[in-house]
Design a protein around this ligand. Structure first.
Ligand code: PGA
Length: 252
């Protein structure tokens, strides 16, 4: 089953206007020059979405946001709706990132509600799952990831509107990564759970990204595994040279 590789950059809470525009322009120059055949997505903070959209004009790099509310509009101070994201040019929204689960107490049920709202608005989702170090040490990795998939992914999700990102919490921003075998085992298990939930056809087509300390030097090993369909890149997505070197090494 051929799945188009995806290289997605999660900029998190980084970048002022000039930095974000410069980074987007460098990515655009590279993607246009190399005629790459992966799907690229960049997910800047809300404040940069409009400017980055403008900077990316004319190239096939998609724009994503890092979260959304589940309501269309209303009295939710500080929140952003899926419709607003679509309006400023987003195609994707990351949901359920472990930093939101930890910092804002987001549950899988809430992630599922947000995903349904995103589909309704016409956005695609990148739904994140992953175990903590304590859970891994207790041997609960597959159980935790399976539960998160079952509860976070809506029953009508399809490979056309949903991408999964497996990001072990202990690997995010730490420089530590699971072994290639561990990553492949989790991705294969996640695909099995997706097959149970959504049917085999959708599960075989749905992309499952790996995220957590991906860098140019480990991209080849981690992103070319059979059930790994690309990467969600944090720290290394803030430098165009690193982000594009990851794409190179992943065969994109
Ligand atoms: P990292 O973050 O690449 O900096 O580890 C990945 C993520 O949190 O999406």
């Amino acid at each position: 089953m051929a799945r188009k590789m995806m290289i997605a950059g999660n900029w998190k809470m980084n970048g002022l206007l000039a930095d974000g525009v410069a980074l987007a322009q460098e990515i655009k120059v590279d993607v246009k020059a190399k005629k790459r055949n992966c799907e690229f997505v960049v997910c800047p903070p809300f404040t940069l979405l409009g400017a980055v959209k403008k900077a990316l004009k004319g190239c096939r790099v998609a724009l994503g946001a890092q979260d959304c509310h589940f309501e269309e509009k209303g009295a939710h101070t500080g929140d952003i709706s899926p419709e607003m994201l679509l309006d400023c040019g987003c195609t994707y929204v990351i949901l359920g990132h472990s930093e939101r689960r930890a910092d804002h107490g987001e549950t899988s049920e809430l992630v599922c509600k947000k995903a349904k709202a995103a589909y309704k608005a016409g956005l695609k989702t990148i739904i994140c799952i992953g175990e903590t170090l304590a859970q891994r040490e207790k041997g609960e990795t597959i159980d935790i990831c399976s539960k998160q998939i079952l509860e976070s992914v809506p029953n009508d999700a399809t490979a056309a509107d949903t991408v999964i990102a497996y990001e072990p919490v202990w690997a995010i921003g730490t420089g530590k990564t699971p072994t290639a075998q561990d990553v492949e085992d989790v991705h294969a298990a996640v695909r099995k759970v997706l097959a149970k939930k959504l049917g085999r056809a959708q599960a075989n087509k749905m992309r499952i990204l790996y995220g957590g300390s991906v860098k140019p030097s480990n991209a080849k090993e981690l992103l070319s595994l059979p059930d790994v369909d690309g990467g969600l890149i944090g720290g290394a997505s803030l430098k165009a040279a690193d982000f594009m070197a990851i794409a190179d090494n992943a065969g994109c």
